[in-house]
Design a protein around this ligand. Structure first.
Ligand code: OFO
Length: 171
């Protein structure tokens, strides 16, 4: 059972996850357009991960006997200064998502909704990994600086990322 406050808050998060997917899809296209096919792949995998996050919330809300209300989506940016700029924006966005997840956990505890609190634990852990990935790539890109060869090597490495679907929880 989900109360109205919790349902609405989970529904807002579902929209945040969809925006995350939208943002990384935009970054994937931009990276491809400047010749960084590996980075385009990396962001496409990130898009797939975000769609999986979206589906986790969607499935959870439905399995708790409520229904999803799809909200309008803002347009993400479509131009970036560099790959470093994309990752700085990605980290900033993920820090925002971490704070949204933390607020949801606080709400679940306040509402004594233990099922939702357990459901959200997966996202708490996931956000550590998401931020760490971005920080690692930012550090590498800062080391590479203007070195084109270094950038191409990193781009090759990013081309090897594959999407691994997360286990469904709350299903
Ligand atoms: Fe990027 O973790 Fe979901 O939004």
């Amino acid at each position: 059972m989900l109360n109205k406050t919790m349902t609405e808050a989970l529904n807002r998060q579902l929209n945040e996850e969809l925006y995350s997917a939208y943002l990384y899809l935009s970054m994937s296209s931009y990276a491809g357009s400047i010749g960084l096919k590996g980075a385009a792949n990396w962001f496409m995998v990130q898009y797939q991960e975000e769609m999986a996050h979206f589906m986790k919330f969607y499935t959870y809300i439905n399995n708790q006997g409520e229904h999803v209300v799809l909200l309008p989506l803002a347009a993400p940016p479509s131009e970036f200064d560099s790959l470093l700029d994309m990752f700085e924006k990605t980290l900033k966005h993920e820090q925002h998502i971490t704070s949204c997840i933390n607020d949801l956990v606080d709400l679940a505890l306040r509402e004594k909704d233990h099922a939702t609190s357990i459901f959200l634990q997966w996202f708490v852990t996931e956000q550590i990994e998401e931020e760490e990935n971005d920080r690692d790539l930012i550090a590498k890109l800062k080391l590479i600086g203007d070195n084109g060869q270094g950038l191409l090597m990193l781009d090759n490495e990013m081309g090897t990322r594959v999407f691994v679907p997360p286990a469904q929880t709350g299903a």
